[in-house]
Ligand binder design. Structure first.
Ligand SMILES: Nc1nc2c(ncn2[C@@H]2O[C@H](COP(=O)(O)OP(=O)(O)OP(=O)(O)O)[C@@H](O)[C@H]2O)c(=O)[nH]1
Ligand SMILES: [Mg+2]
Length: 296
């Protein structure tokens, strides 16, 4: 069991990561819990809560792009490599954090970071092993509006799965911005998305996943190397891949809804065994007495 506890908030650009961090911090405050907020997005500008450690105090994306003539993505990778070379910047303050705190790490939205380059896995190894020994849960956010386009949804699901396999950490997948799809999707359909039901890939005429191709094929339009049947087979294979791992399901999140935040937090707490590590705040017998009073 770790001696420190944390969660790292990941997901594509604009998925609602920073908003979720703010709501989570507010929720922890409301429940008299302590948190330690780390911003690792070197391009982030505004925060509802001031980070306790901010990568921008070490390096900013703007400076890197200007001085090294890098684009935004190359610049971001450079920032992370620089962080790895100066890891004390992050690990020294974390050494001071005790086990009552929830460490919250806000990440940038470039998904290459989670799927292509080893910097994030290496960073997480440094945080979860050795003297820091942080018990860490990865939270991967995907925007619920993706549901409207099933191909987009499953492509997002694959990126969540890729992050999950690469990081080898306890992992929760979260469908964010649920308020935006409320009333637009039938409850039964929503359940299928929450469970990432692969049948959705096969019976989705409106998604354009295979019917568009099939129509063109039937009309003799040969613009692709594949025909509709190949495409359907490919979808089925991708579906089976997701299904066989049977790891991908989603928690629903509406960042404005306190109950929703509380529910997601309890999954994260369970995944890192936060509560098991907490010392009872009062002597045991005092707690028992109060319970007895309540029962009488
Ligand atoms: N309706 C709704 N909008 C949200 C919710 N969460 C975030 N947003 C909006 O989505 C936009 C992006 O939110 P951010 O929290 O900045 O997303 P991010 O993932 O941190 O974005 P990057 O750091 O740029 O990758 C903002 O305009 C938010 O106000 C939500 O639960 N509901
Ligand atoms: Mg952000």
């Amino acid at each position: 069991m770790g001696s420190r506890y944390g969660t790292i908030i990941m997901g594509p650009a604009g998925a609602g990561k920073t908003t979720f961090c703010s709501s989570l911090i507010q929720h922890l405050k409301n429940n008299r819990r302590s948190c330690f907020y780390v911003n690792l997005d070197p391009a982030a500008e505004e925060f509802a809560f001031e980070p306790d450690v901010d990568i921008k105090d070490l390096i900013t994306l703007e400076d890197v792009m200007e001085e090294l003539h890098l684009g935004p993505n190359g610049g971001l990778i450079y920032c992370f490599e620089f962080l790895m070379e100066n890891l004390d910047f992050l690990t020294d303050p974390l050494e001071e954090v005790s086990d009552e705190y929830l460490i919250i790490i806000d990440m940038p939205g470039q998904i290459e970071l989670y799927s292509h380059v080893p910097v994030v896995p290496n960073l997480l190894k440094a945080l979860t092993r050795g003297s820091l020994n942080i018990s860490m849960c990865a939270a991967y956010l995907l925007e619920s509006t993706f549901i409207v386009d099933r191909a987009k949804f499953f492509s997002g699901t694959l990126s969540a799965m890729s992050a999950m396999l690469m990081l080898e950490l306890p992992h929760v997948n979260i469908l964010s911005k649920m308020d935006l799809v409320k009333g637009q999707v039938a409850r039964r359909d929503l359940k299928r998305f929450i469970e990432a039901d692969i049948g959705l890939l096969q019976d989705a005429p409106e998604s354009g996943l295979m019917y568009d191709h099939k129509e063109k094929f039937d009309a003799g339009i040969q613009e692709d190397v594949t025909d509709g049947r190949d495409f359907a087979n490919l979808n089925r294979a991708v579906g089976h891949l997701i299904d066989e791992f049977s790891l991908v399901s989603f928690l629903k999140l509406d960042a404005q809804d306190e109950d929703s935040i509380g529910a997601v937090l309890s999954y994260i707490d369970d995944a890192i065994q936060f509560h098991e590590a907490q010392e009872p705040k009062e002597p045991n017998d005092a707690v028992e007495e109060t319970e007895m009073d309540g029962m009488g």
